[in-house]
Design a protein around this ligand. Structure first.
Ligand code: LMR
Ligand code: MN
Length: 398
């Protein structure tokens, strides 16, 4: 490589190191080579440590190195590098924001929050910092009032990166949860106008275009009708298998953890997830898993799950929206007392024991249980019937 020779003569030239890094970077990309990628990162870092490196080049090399470290999967190292840079340039708001994103990506939300608060001290109007801070306050702390302030102010700046479905999603949800339903609706309408949601009710963010979207489906008029027959034929076996686990101190059932409940007790036991059997749970419910294994578009649904869901009286699940329009969600009623109901978009229905109901959970839905004994269903996600075999194969799991 010609840079090597030149570097022999000018070993401290930051521009040579940078040019070498860029050449390796393109090579890594065209050959999909991790070895070259790591060499490129090293050369960017060497650029940064060269004597007399101009500030602009230091920042350019550092930001690219951090980006490539993350791409290579070294997210911790990426944040560390950005942090060092941010300490050197305490007024560089973009660096602080990048450190915060780095922390969010490795699940260190509280560290991200700390950096974002520092960023807002330096740049009180940074929309980027505001939306990310608002996001953390909503999703980690359920601090609705403050999250609403930061999310709405951040979005209003229209800075790069703030017009993003996730921020509208959580802003609307926070407003909804404190009872400001009209304001929530306005946020959802804005997001539809921005092309971020499919509709005010259908707010999933991982979508395939042009799939039929409607809240409730008639199970008998889809091509999965024979699969629903199988489920309904086996419902007692499935129910009894779940009951024996429930009687063994809820063996394997886990509390719902996505913060969707306002109050109550709601537990689930996952049997399939992202198109794969969960072996250790299927050992507990082998008959149910055998039934599901016969149902190809459920067992292979990489954008869904199969799970038992038990809900105790006094539970309210906030109105919420699933992540993707690529699945339809079937519920097989197993134990259905009075007083439990589910709303999807504008229409509320009840379950029936031994019968399947079918809805699209990318539409807003909400569940209440005001009865006096628990409700038990088996949830079975199916690929949306209009997806092609190729799409089902290539879509990323959710
Ligand atoms: C949901 O899919 O969000 C709920 O319907 C789950 C449940 O157990 O009712
Ligand atoms: Mn749901």
């Amino acid at each position: 490589m010609k840079y090597e020779e030149l570097l022999q003569t000018y070993p401290e030239s930051p521009r040579l190191h940078y040019a070498k890094a860029q050449a390796l970077d393109s090579l890594a990309e065209s050959q999909r080579s991790n070895k070259h990628l790591e060499e490129a990162i090293a050369a960017y870092q060497r650029t940064m440590s060269s004597k007399n490196v101009p500030e602009k080049l230091y920042l350019l090399a550092g930001k690219r190195a951090a980006d490539r470290l993350r791409f290579r999967g070294f997210s911790g190292k990426s944040v560390k590098l950005l942090t060092e840079m941010a300490e050197k340039f305490p007024l560089d708001i973009d660096l602080k924001n990048q450190v915060a994103i780095g922390y969010l990506l490795i699940g260190q939300n509280q560290l991200a929050k700390k950096v974002l608060l520092e960023a807002l001290k330096v740049a009180p109007d940074s929309g980027f910092a505001k939306v990310h801070l608002g996001f953390i306050l909503k999703t980690d702390e359920s601090n609705y009032e403050d999250s609403i302030k930061y999310l709405s102010e951040g979005i209003a700046t229209r800075e790069t990166g703030v017009i993003d479905g996730r921020f509208y999603f959580h802003l609307g949800d926070a407003l909804h949860r404190i009872g400001k339903k009209q304001e929530a609706l306005k946020v959802y309408e804005d997001a539809v106008k921005e092309g971020l949601f499919l509709s005010v009710y259908q707010r999933s963010l991982y979508n395939v275009d042009n799939l039929t979207g409607k809240p409730w489906w008639n199970p008998q008029s889809t091509r999965y009708a024979p699969d629903f027959k199988i489920l309904e034929k086996n419902w007692i076996t499935i129910r009894d298998e779940a009951l024996s686990l429930i009687n063994e101190k809820y063996s394997g059932f886990m509390p719902e953890t996505e913060g969707l409940q306002e109050k109550g007790v709601w537990k689930q036991l996952e049997l399939f997830s992202r198109g794969r059997k969960i072996e250790k749970n299927c050992l507990k419910a082998p008959k149910t898993c055998t039934v599901i294994s016969q149902i190809h578009d459920a067992a292979s649904c990489k954008r869904g799950q199969v799970k038992f869901s038990i809900m105790h009286p006094g539970t309210h699940v906030w109105a919420h929206t699933g992540p993707t329009n690529c699945r339809l969600r079937a519920h097989l009623g197993l134990i259905i007392p009075e007083g439990a109901s589910i709303r999807v978009a504008d229409e509320t229905r009840k379950w029936e024991e031994g019968r399947v109901i079918l809805f699209d959970d990318s539409f807003e839905h909400e569940v209440w249980h005001n009865g006096s004994t628990y409700r038990l269903v088996l949830i079975i996600d199916f690929w949306h019937p209009e997806l092609s075999i190729y799409q089902k194969r290539s879509l990323t799991p959710i």
